[in-house]
Design a protein around this ligand. Structure first.
Ligand SMILES: N[C@@H](CCC(=O)N[C@@H](CS)C(=O)NCC(=O)O)C(=O)O
Length: 213
């Protein structure tokens, strides 16, 4: 059976689990915490980051690469748009959201949620304020300009919508919510994606794993 090395709660692992859920592919999670420096895991993925996917002979790191592979290998349910240009845009949104946006939004989560629990350190609230007040707004303005008034970026729910929303689920755990007054389309997309059946399923498992009741 296909294996996902990682843990619930990572915005990148979450993307992969939701894609697997949408496609109805059976999988098992091999628990791998991030930031452990685990040498055995580094033999699978020398970057030491989660997730890593193992499908038979194939071992792949990086959520973008993994989701792309799953779409090609298991095309039964499409999680990317059909048009070439739209697929390229979906890749760009994935790169943008899993990169710059996730660094900031999940950075809030890292500071307020992970640091106290995993590292017994206080959150750096000055850094969090800089993220919320200065660094994140221009990126959110860009996303707001890209999003439709209703529905999804490419007609049906795709990885593009999921990848944009995933880091904000983590920021939400740390008490940051995208303002519906300032970024109404993005706030609405986050709510819409959270209501998708595959997302509900994975977020339920995640809530149990993180002890969020
Ligand atoms: N570009 C990677 C990022 C993965 C990533 O940064 N995962 C975090 C956990 S959420 C991690 O493993 N960090 C450990 C580290 O950076 O050493 C992806 O999309 O999969």
């Amino acid at each position: 059976m296909l294996k996902v090395h990682g843990v619930h709660g990572s915005p990148f692992v979450r993307k992969v689990l939701i894609v697997l859920e949408m496609k109805g592919i059976p999988y098992e999670i091999v628990t791998q915490m991030p930031f452990t420096g685990d040498a055995k895991y580094k033999a699978l993925n020398p970057l030491g980051k989660i997730p890593t996917l193992v499908d038979g002979e194939l071992t792949l790191g990086d959520s973008k690469v993994i989701c792309r592979y799953l779409e090609s290998a298991y095309p039964n349910v499409a999680v990317y748009p059909a048009q070439v240009g739209d697929r390229a845009m979906a890749d760009w949104y994935d790169d943008f959201a899993s990169g710059a946006v996730a660094d900031l939004a999940a950075g809030i989560f890292f500071q307020r949620y992970m640091r106290p629990r995993a590292f017994k350190q206080e959150p750096d609230e000055a850094l969090i304020s800089t993220i919320i007040e200065k660094k994140l707004p221009p990126l959110l303005d860009y996303l707001e300009g890209q999003l439709p008034e209703t529905g999804y970026l490419f007609g049906h729910f795709t990885l593009a919508d999921l990848t944009i929303v995933s880091p904000f689920i983590n920021a939400g755990y740390a008490g940051y919510h995208v303002s519906a007054d300032t970024w109404p389309k993005l706030a609405a997309l986050i709510a819409r994606v959270r209501d998708e059946p595959a997302v509900v399923t994975i977020l339920d498992k995640e809530a149990k794993a993180l002890g969020l009741g």
